[in-house]
Design a protein around this ligand. Structure first.
Ligand code: KIV
Ligand code: ZN
Length: 527
């Protein structure tokens, strides 16, 4: 590999999906993986196959369909590694990514049981052996094995060097040094990478990878410091989503390398013009909105508000812009479809936005599109993204809203009637509430004989104008887990009803995945 090439390992579908409330179904993951391939990431970490049947299925489908190195995560155990190998079996280029915990915090916390050793010293030895065995076993399935030392950021450098040397001796071709808790500072993390280069005798036999979390807002800065000290793979996610405060954001890292070539003499193979589409797709499918002032992909990233700035940019863009919106795929000439646009025009535009649409689905999206175009004349890209999100979400739908009637007014008690269809039967109920949304939720709960704890309810307009599509995101809690639903409509009460049902659909999927209910059982009797 060229000396200055930085490999981009995207973990949106694994670490990114671990963001609270960001669950993706299999179809959404496959769609995102295709877009990541178009963005030209080097490695797609598609999931953690042993963790659930749906994770396994997603990794398997991505391995079958998508052209990139496909990675599956596994702990340092034979069961996990075998599951990853099985899920990846049909990938022409596959990677097994296995990890062990190495910091004292993790060792004492996760490996506290005496079977791992009576003292910290003994436990450390056990972990070295487990890491060795895990890499050696993974090697029986593929040559491309990555080993991660979890919480390396807080791991003693001497011990870390020993673990990494062992992993490379066992056959690891990439060694990852995660700052799992986002604790380190750039100069400290850079030094850690430099130290490993000095101390690990076989380090030249593997690529050094970094994986930074953003708890102190330093994930991208830390990744750059690591590159400057010898790391040649960076793990990141689209929009920086991930556990807690997230992971290093792919778009920020890649554009920092591009824009500051003068000081950072490295390059990636990323097609930066696909950044915006990818960001939008991930945001629409995960329901995780991108903050307006987010670098590179936020709505304000290229907006100039003050008169002085506007004047400066009009005279010469470089006055206040260090990169162009076009360079990240933001098209300033917005293409607008309308009621006279045909199926072909719609298909072409959806493909340009990064969606791989099947012929049989095109008709559904086209029907939704014409219905929307009748209501609001101009249909924007963001509307199309929402329609696609809705279509993909429907593939796993258990509950479908087929009828909704609302009565609400200044001096009346709001009431709602809903009709909900499943494969087995139709449910119909009416209820009152404090407001129309409450009435709808009460009617749904009555119809299905359930009660959920509503954790959050958000509504936003997808585009501007009075007839804009409204998107409602609902998060409900059930025991330890939360489920997020998304609904769209030009009527926000209808969007609310759809969103609540979509959250229930997620919950049913989860119950099926964890095999708490079988496919034939009546879901309404279980949830
Ligand atoms: O943050 C972390 O340490 C991880 C590892 C599993 C690579 O996500
Ligand atoms: Zn992580």
């Amino acid at each position: 590999m060229e000396q200055n090439r930085i490999l981009i390992f995207d973990t949106t579908l694994r670490d990114g999906e671990q963001s609270p409330g960001a669950s993706l179904n299999v179809h959404e993951k496959v769609e995102i993986a295709h877009q990541l391939a178009k963005l030209k990431v080097d490695v797609i970490e598609a999931g953690f196959p042993v963790s659930s049947p749906a994770q396994f299925e997603a990794v398997k489908r991505i391995a079958e369909e998508v052209d990139a190195i496909i990675a599956g995560l596994s702990r340092a155990s034979e069961k996990d590694i075998k599951a990853a190998a099985d899920a990846l079996v049909s990938a022409p280029r596959k990677r097994i990514h296995t990890f062990s915990s190495t910091s004292d915090y993790h060792i004492l916390g996760k490996f506290g049981h005496p079977r791992y050793g009576a003292t910290l010293e003994e436990k450390r030895k056990t972990i070295i052996q487990m890491s060795h065995d895990a890499v050696a076993y993974a090697k029986t399935f593929t040559d491309d094995v990555e080993f991660s030392a979890e919480d390396a950021g807080r791991t003693d450098i001497g011990y870390l060097a020993e673990v990494i040397e062992t992993a490379i001796a066992a056959g690891a071709t990439t060694v990852n040094i995660p700052d799992t808790t986002g604790y380190t500072l750039p100069f400290e993390y850079g030094k850690k990478i430099a130290e490993l280069k000095k101390r690990v005798s076989n380090i030249d036999k593997a690529i050094i990878s970094v994986h930074c979390h953003n708890d102190l807002g330093l994930a991208v800065a830390n990744s750059i410091a690591a590159i400057e000290n010898g790391a040649r793979q960076v793990e990141c996610t689209i929009n920086g989503i991930g556990e807690r405060a997230g992971n290093a954001s792919l778009e920020e890292l890649v554009m920092a390398l591009n824009v500051r070539k003068d000081l950072l003499n490295y390059f990636t193979k990323i097609n930066t013009q696909e950044i915006f589409n990818t960001s939008k797709m991930v945001s629409a499918f995960t329901g995780m909105m991108v903050q307006r002032n987010k670098a590179i992909v936020g709505e304000n990233a290229f907006a100039h508000e003050s008169g002085i700035h506007q004047d400066g940019v009009l005279k010469s863009r470089e006055t206040y812009e260090i990169m162009t919106p076009e360079s990240v795929g933001i098209n300033t000439n917005k293409i607008v479809l309308g009621r006279h646009s045909g199926r072909h025009g719609l298909k072409v535009r959806l493909e340009q936005l990064g969606y791989k649409i099947k012929e049989e689905e095109l008709q559904h999206v086209y029907d939704a599109f014409t219905e929307l175009a009748d209501k609001k004349k101009e249909v924007f890209d963001d509307d199309l993204r929402m329609l696609m999100g809705d279509e993909i979400q429907k593939r796993d739908e258990t509950y479908e809203l087929t009828y909704l009637q609302i009565h609400a007014g200044t001096n009346s008690i709001p009431n709602a009637v809903v009709r909900i269809k499943t494969n087995e039967r139709v449910f119909e109920e009416a209820a009152t509430g404090d407001g129309p949304v409450d009435a709808v939720f009460n009617a749904i709960e009555r119809a299905l004989n359930i009660k959920s704890e509503l954790e959050s309810y958000q509504v936003r307009s997808v585009t501007s104008g009075r007839q804009a599509l409204g998107e409602v995101l609902v998060r409900i809690r059930s025991g330890e887990r939360s489920f997020t639903g998304r609904g769209i409509s030009t009527d926000i009460i209808e969007a609310s009803a759809k969103s609540y049902l979509s959250a229930l659909n997620q919950k049913v999927l989860h119950l099926k995945e964890t095999q708490i209910i079988s496919e034939n059982e009546k879901v309404s009797e279980v949830i």
